[in-house]
Design a protein around this ligand. Structure first.
Ligand code: HQG
Length: 178
């Protein structure tokens, strides 16, 4: 991703996940913002409809979606503000992975994986993605989650438009090889 696109991606993540009010942008209950308003209200970053479209299409993690009618944009996940992505509950595969840092292991094995500042715990189907995610915080380690057992026990799973699996928490009993 080139430097300018990365800058726009970070700016959009900040606005659409955390601080829309920093420029007076309004999100609806599902997290959508008007693209016209976003461009109009933005002063610090060079932004146009074309740049937004390129960022949405080329983003390495497909972090954003444009609405079907082309007028709105939202972040696919990662919000700290209260929005409802309106995702339908879905049955997970047998196993999912969570990448974390070795320094968090003792606490996780005691308390489970908890959502911290986010709305959900984030899980992935890809060991490679898990490793990269865990590596953001230190030496990465992959935890194998018995997602099917969780599902059978009534935990509700969601999958975002960019293939991130979401669940409220993962108690220690489900963290193991499967
Ligand atoms: C850890 C990025 C101690 C948890 C990534 C993680 C991902 C605990 C950290 C997405 C714990 C929270 C999410 C416990 C959980 N004790 N540590 N009981 N329970 N943790 O960033 O999953 O670039 O909130 O293991 O690519 O790392 O934003 O979550 O290490 O998809 O699009 O606490 O964020 O995507 O960190 O990352 P985070 P995450 P974006």
């Amino acid at each position: 991703m080139d430097k300018q696109l990365k800058k726009v991606s970070k700016y959009l993540s900040f606005l659409l996940r955390h601080k829309p009010d920093s420029i007076g942008l309004i999100l609806d209950e599902q997290g959508w913002a008007s693209i016209a308003a976003l461009i109009e209200l933005t002063t610090d970053v060079e932004l146009s409809r074309e740049i937004i479209e390129v960022v949405v299409e080329t983003n390495d993690k497909q972090r954003f979606s444009i609405s079907e009618d082309g007028t709105k944009i939202r972040a696919n996940q990662g919000h700290s503000i209260a929005i409802d992505l309106n995702l339908a509950p879905i049955e997970p595969p047998g196993c999912l992975y969570h990448g974390t840092a070795t320094r968090f292991l003792a606490s996780i094995m005691e308390k489970g994986i908890t959502k911290q500042q986010r709305h959900h715990v984030h899980l992935t189907e890809s060991i490679a993605v898990g490793k990269a995610v865990g590596g953001r915080y230190g030496k990465p380690v992959i935890l194998v989650i018995d997602a099917q057992a969780m599902f059978q026990d009534g935990f509700v799973f969601f999958k975002t438009a960019n293939n991130v699996w979401l669940v409220e928490e993962v108690p220690p009993a489900y963290i193991r090889a499967c």
